[in-house]
Design a protein around this ligand. Sequence first.
Ligand code: TMP
Length: 250
Amino acid sequence: MGQEYKDINKEELDNLVTDEQLYEGKAKKVFATEDPNLVLVSYKDDATAFDGTKRGTIRGKGAVNNQMSNYLMNLLENEGIPTHLYKEVNETDTLVKHVDIIPLEVIVRNISAGSFANHYGVEEGIVFDQPTFEFSYKNDDLHDPLLNSSHALALKLATPEEIKTLREYALKVNDILKEFFLSCGVTLVDFKLEFGRTPDGTVILADEISPDTCRFWDVETGEKLDKDRFRRDLGNVEDAYQEMMHRIFG
Ligand code: TMP
């Protein structure tokens, strides 16, 4: 895969990216490129919640999620976490390394919220002494059920070594991002990561890190600055995404 694309111009990009759509998810489209090791991810403004039963549009979300995710992946890469990031090509589109996604949602929590609060019957906002680590099986038909490591092994979703790596990486990502967001006046409550395998079997961080996939609370006021504003009809959804952009990029 070519370093030669890193300073890609418009014409080279047009020649590289094909019209072949490999995948359309709820929030992104993925296009093939002429390089089998690279794909183009195009972030959409579409938002869904509760397994796609709630649908809407969050104006500007694609641009925010693309740029925020790339900024954070670059930060993590510099701290030793391998990621899929290759090159941002415009506000909403990024070239990333082609991986096979491991069908596990890797979730880390610092504070009780969302499904944790619901499952265990506790209020939101309890600060944990240590972060929690959990998997969900990435399977919409089954509603992404919670599962443990032995379930993941039984279902052959990952190898024992991969599970160890996912845990190590996710907890390191938490340490790095918690500190980073604190410097932006934001508490990192919880987040979901997805990882993929490169053709040589290396596990790297993939998907996105954005207000769609994290809970962000303002340090001072506790105001929610993430997709919970959409999920829970709290209003000012677009403003929250823009506010997170300002916190990171100034
Ligand atoms: P949860 O509390 O609903 O399990 O969510 C935990 C974290 O995972 C939260 O930061 C939001 C994120 N998340 C996703 O990225 N995708 C999803 O489909 C869900 C349900 C949660």
